[in-house]
Design a protein around this ligand. Structure first.
Ligand SMILES: NC(=O)c1ccc[n+]([C@@H]2O[C@H](COP(=O)([O-])OP(=O)(O)OC[C@H]3O[C@@H](n4cnc5c(N)ncnc54)[C@H](OP(=O)(O)O)[C@@H]3O)[C@@H](O)[C@H]2O)c1
Length: 321
């Protein structure tokens, strides 16, 4: 079948390991279903995979794509939840130490077909297109969990989103606005800040700029480049919710500030199946839909990868069949 995949780990030049070609069809084990993919979105995770981060070397070649929407053999339209847990695990699936995300162990969604456990498909809301629904399973789910499960923010409080135009950032802006937060955003260019305003940000700032006042919570996916600003931006007793470190981890955590201001640093990863179901309902109830900056045929996937690597995003990058 057609697939977009990583041939081998390529730490310094991820695009060099990207292939568009043919791979064997996935085999659905007992209790699994096969989904004909209609759309899937690009996540930074796919660039990490090409670099060999978060995947064992013997798992290459690996079909990329950590989320998607498509159609089951019986015609049911579905959204994928891509956290694949151990069937014996009984707790919350993001805490299962043996869990994997699609593309870490099992082949991903940038292909004609993908196989997942039956519990990892949810009905696609009729109000979302396949391309919009494809954005929900990774970036939007991560944003939903950071904001509604981890942050403890109440409507009316102020949140700062580091980064304006990325998948997780644009989701945080739209979700925060819809939930009644005061949404502040940093963005690296005027265009990116304008996009944040369009999506509902109440105010935008250049990266690292001094803010009018400290915020109740900061939402971090950037890491080293914005971490010192995040530590200065949060009010005493406030929280920094972290789900990524695109620019690298920061070894100087500013511990003195952390304990003196009694800050809370909260890690967050993906979300549960139930949270994905709630996210889909929330989007319908609040009338919000994902910002798609670029929609490309899956055969043109390298164009999307190159744009993300260059930081040229304006919301989600989506590949369709
Ligand atoms: N833990 C999880 O479950 C999980 C899930 C999803 C994503 N993530 C992580 O979250 C991060 C973002 O993923 P994504 O898919 O949203 O990526 P993306 O769409 O490429 O977005 C990247 C974002 O990072 C910002 N950024 C990058 N470098 C920056 C720098 N040097 N200074 C300031 N801002 C910078 C960009 O800000 P501008 O808009 O200003 O350019 C943009 O908003 C990745 O590290 C990813 O691995 C983790």
């Amino acid at each position: 079948m057609f697939a977009v995949y990583a041939a081998e780990p390529s730490p310094d030049d991820p695009i060099a390991a990207l292939r568009v070609g043919e791979r064997p069809e996935p085999e659905a084990a007992d209790g699994w279903v096969t989904v004909r993919v209609r759309a899937a979105s690009l996540n930074m995770h796919d660039l990490w995979t090409l670099r060999g981060v978060g995947i064992k070397p013997d798992r290459f070649p690996m079909i990329l794509g950590c989320d998607g929407a498509g159609v089951l053999e019986d015609g049911t339209e579905v959204v994928l939840h891509s956290v694949i847990g151990d069937p014996k695990w009984t707790g919350e699936e993001t805490l299962d130490p043996r869990r994997t995300l699609l593309t870490e162990k099992y082949p991903g969604t940038f292909a004609d077909l993908v196989a997942v456990p039956a519990r990892n498909v949810l009905p696609k809301p009729a109000g979302l297109s396949f391309a919009e629904a494809a954005c929900m399973g990774t970036a939007w789910l991560t944003a939903y969990r950071m904001l509604f499960v981890k942050s403890g923010l109440r409507p009316g409080q102020t949140m700062l989103v580091q980064g304006a135009s990325g998948g997780v950032s644009t989701a945080l802006i739209a979700l925060g606005r819809a939930a009644g937060m005061r949404v502040w955003v940093t963005g690296r260019t005027e265009d990116k800040r304008a996009l944040a305003t369009e999506l509902g940000a109440h105010d935008t700032f250049e990266s690292g700029a001094r803010l009018p006042e400290r915020v109740d919570a900061v939402f971090e996916t950037v890491g080293k480049a914005t971490w010192p600003h995040s530590m200065r931006a949060v009010r005493p007793g406030g929280a920094i919710i972290v789900s990524g470190a695109t620019s690298g981890p920061d070894p100087s955590a500013d511990l003195q500030r952390l304990f003196f201001l009694q800050l809370r640093v909260i890690g967050s990863t993906m979300g549960t199946r139930d949270e994905l179901a709630d996210l889909l309902t929330f989007c319908q109830a609040a009338g919000i839909r994902p910002q798609i900056g670029q929609q490309l045929p899956m055969t043109d996937a390298p164009t999307g990868f190159t744009a993300m690597l260059a930081g040229e995003t304006a919301g989600k990058i989506v590949f369709t069949h």
